[in-house]
Design a protein around this ligand. Structure first.
Ligand code: ADP
Ligand code: ASP
Ligand code: MG
Length: 412
C-alpha cells in the first residue's frame, strides 16, 4: 500500500465529464488499497474569470479581496470531486486551505507556504477516506485567505507530499510529461523520461509553465519523488530526479524554455561613474519591481554609458515612468523601452562538461538571421533576449541544433 498525492490541473477538471473521469481514476487507486490525497485546481479559465470580475468592479482591487475571490474556484472542484467519489462508494472528504490548514505568509497573490499541519488529513486517511484538498490557497496568521501565485496548486501538492512523506507526488495534466520544449510550439518535442531538479528549476524559472517553480524548489528541498503524467492516458510520465545522469550518453542540452512575459527598458547617455547603476536599478527595486537580465555598455568617448534591463511585462509602464524620472535626474540622453521581446533559454547540466555551447547557440540563431539583444548565463543555462516575433523560429532552430528533435539519446 502506498500513499500518493495526486494533483489534477484545470483542464483535467474543466467540466463534469472530466471530473467524473478523475473520480474513476482516483477510485481505482483507492480500490487497489492505496491512500490518496487529491489536490485540485479550479476549472480551466475559472481563475481568470474571477480575477476579471474584480477588475470590472475596480481598477485597483485590494489584494486581500482578490485572493478571497480567486480561491473560490478550487472550492467548487473539490466539493464536486468528493461528491463524485461518494457516488462511487468511495468515502471522501474535501478540505479548503484553511481547513487543512496550509499556513502562509501574508503576501497576497504570491503567498509562501510556511507551515502545513497534516493531522486532520492523516485522521481522514486513517479512517479510509480519500482527502480532496483545494490547491493554490492558504491562510495567514490573521486567518486571511491567501493564494500562492498562478499555477500554485502544484506547490500545494508537493508541500503536502513532503509533509505526508508520500511515496510519490503525481502531477496529472494535459500532456504526458515534461518535454524538451513546449510540445504546443515544437511538434518534434520529445518527452523526457527524467529530468533533474536543477534543470527543472531552470526550465520553470525561464518560462516553462508546466510546473510552478516553487513546487520544484519544495521537491528538491524535501526530496519529494515528483512525477508529471497525463490525466487520462496511461504512461510513465517524467520523473523529476535528484540524481544526475553521469553516463556518456547524457545530452548537453535537456530542454529549451521561452518567456514572452518580459519587457525591456533602456537608458542612454548617463555618466559612467560609481553609483549610477545603483541609482537606476535601486529606484526600480524600491518600487518592488523585479529586474531580470541586465546589460551595461562600456563607456563611450564622452564617458557616458547605456544600461538595458528587463522586467516582467506587467510592470513595464510603472518601470518606464520610474526610469524617465531617474533619467531626467541624471541628465540621460534618452529613455525608452519595448514589450515585444522574448527570452529563449537552453538548459542542461551537460553544459558543465562541454565548452562552446553558447557559441553554438549564437551560430544557430545567426543562421536564422535572429539578432541577439541581450545575453545572460548561469552554470547550466544560456538565455538570449530577442525580438518576440522570432520566438518560435528560435526555439525550433535550437531544438534542432542540439539534437533534441530525434530520439537518439534516451535517458533512463
Ligand atoms: P495544468 O492546468 O494541468 O496545471 P498547465 O497549463 O499549467 O497545466 O501546464 C501544462 C502545459 O504546459 C502544457 O499544456 C504545455 O503546453 C505547457 N508546457 C510548457 N513547457 C512544457 C514542457 N517543456 N513540457 C511539457 N509541457 C510544457
Ligand atoms: N487555479 C489557479 C491558477 O489558475 C491555480 C492552479 O491552477 O494551479 O493559477
Ligand atoms: Mg499548472
Amino acid at each position: 500500500m502506498a500513499l500518493y498525492v495526486q494533483k489534477f490541473g484545470g483542464s483535467s477538471v474543466a467540466n463534469i465529464e472530466r471530473i467524473q473521469q478523475v473520480a474513476d481514476k482516483v477510485r481505482d487507486f483507492h480500490r487497489d488499497g492505496h491512500q490518496v490525497v487529491v489536490v485540485l485546481s479550479a476549472m480551466s479559465g475559472e481563475t481568470n474569470r474571477l480575477l476579471d470580475l474584480a477588475r470590472q468592479v475596480s481598477s485597483n482591487p485590494s489584494p486581500r479581496e482578490q485572493d478571497m475571490l480567486a480561491s473560490t474556484g478550487e472550492q467548487v472542484t473539490i466539493a464536486l470531486l468528493a461528491i463524485a467519489l461518494e457516488e462511487r462508494g468511495v468515502p471522501a472528504v474535501s478540505m479548503t486551505g484553511w481547513q487543512v490548514p496550509v499556513r502562509t505568509d501574508s503576501s497576497f497573490g504570491k503567498a509562501r507556504v510556511e507551515e502545513l499541519n497534516d493531522s486532520h488529513i492523516r485522521h481522514y486517511l486513517n479512517a479510509g477516506k480519500v482527502v480532496v484538498v483545494a490547491g493554490f490557497q492558504g491562510v495567514d496568521m490573521e486567518n486571511n485567505v491567501t493564494t500562492l501565485g498562478r499555477g500554485g496548486s502544484d506547490t500545494t501538492a508537493v508541500a503536502l507530499a513532503a509533509v505526508l512523506k508520500a511515496d510519490e507526488c503525481q502531477i496529472y495534466t494535459d500532456v504526458d510529461g515534461v518535454y524538451t520544449t513546449d510540445p504546443r510550439v515544437v511538434a518534434e518535442a520529445r518527452r523526457l523520461d527524467s529530468i533533474t531538479v536543477e534543470e527543472m528549476l531552470e526550465m520553470a524559472s525561464q518560462g516553462s509553465k508546466i510546473l510552478q517553480i516553487r513546487s520544484v524548489e519544495f521537491a528538491g528541498k524535501y526530496n519529494v519523488p515528483l512525477r508529471v503524467l497525463h490525466s487520462f492516458q496511461d504512461g510513465p510520465g517524467t520523473l523529476i530526479t535528484m540524481e544526475q545522469d553521469t553516463s556518456m550518453e547524457q545530452p548537453i542540452i535537456s530542454g529549451i524554455a521561452f518567456n514572452r512575459d518580459e519587457a525591456k527598458l533602456t537608458i542612454r547617455g548617463v555618466a559612467d561613474t560609481p553609483g549610477v547603476a545603483f541609482r537606476i536599478l535601486g529606484a526600480i527595486s524600491d518600487a518592488n519591481i523585479e529586474v531580470d537580465v541586465i546589460v551595461q555598455n562600456v563607456a563611450e568617448e564622452d564617458n557616458t554609458t547605456d544600461l538595458t534591463f528587463t522586467v516582467g511585462r506587467q510592470d513595464y509602464e510603472k518601470a518606464l515612468q520610474i526610469l524617465q524620472q531617474t533619467g531626467s535626474d541624471l541628465g540621460a540622453r534618452q529613455v525608452g523601452g519595448t514589450t515585444s521581446i522574448a527570452k529563449v533559454s537552453i538548459i542542461g547540466v551537460g553544459m558543465r562538461s562541454h565548452a562552446g555551447v553558447a557559441s553554438r547557440m549564437f551560430a544557430a540563431l545567426a543562421r536564422e538571421n535572429i539578432n541577439i539583444q541581450m545575453i545572460s548565463t548561469s552554470e547550466i543555462k544560456v538565455s538570449v533576449v530577442i525580438d518576440e516575433k522570432y520566438t518560435e523560429l528560435a526555439v525550433r532552430a535550437l531544438h534542432d541544433e542540439f539534437g533534441l528533435d530525434t530520439p537518439v539519446v534516451t535517458r533512463a
